[in-house]
Design a protein around this ligand. Structure first.
Ligand code: SF4
Ligand code: SF4
Length: 116
């Protein structure tokens, strides 16, 4: 499943550079599917949504760092453990019960993001 950042986040910035999918954004930052991925133009997400990969989407939080669940693979295909959770000093990167996915689905998402 994807990882979510809770409101215990202290906005320390340690997690952002650790994410292999560029799924983590600063508070109040616009995000896009195409940021640091192979996606561009109109694409279909693994769960079937048609989206413009280049569109600038509204921030998910204006107070805390946030994770775009469609870009989070729990680090599958890159690392054994979620890297954001590994480096977070306050342990506020936790499994997102609203985005439960199998390991195969996470690996498919990783391939989708990176054009493999
Ligand atoms: S679990 Fe990995 S892919 Fe997901 S947000 Fe954290 S660092 Fe990024
Ligand atoms: S490492 Fe943890 S506390 Fe720091 S910005 Fe990321 S989620 Fe927030």
């Amino acid at each position: 499943m994807a990882i979510i950042i809770t409101d215990e986040c202290i906005n320390c910035d340690a997690c952002v550079s650790e994410c292999p999918n560029n799924a983590i954004y600063e508070p109040d930052q616009n995000w896009s599917y195409s940021d640091e991925t192979a996606l561009k133009g109109m694409v279909k997400t693994p769960n079937g949504k048609e989206v413009d990969a280049d569109a600038e989407n509204d921030p998910i939080s204006d107070e805390f760092y946030f994770i775009v669940s469609d870009k989070c693979t729990e680090c599958k295909g890159f690392h054994d453990e979620p890297q954001c959770a590994s480096v977070c000093p306050v342990d506020c990167c936790i499994p997102d019960e609203n985005h439960v996915e199998t390991e195969d689905a996470l690996l498919e998402k990783k391939a989708w993001l990176h054009g493999e």
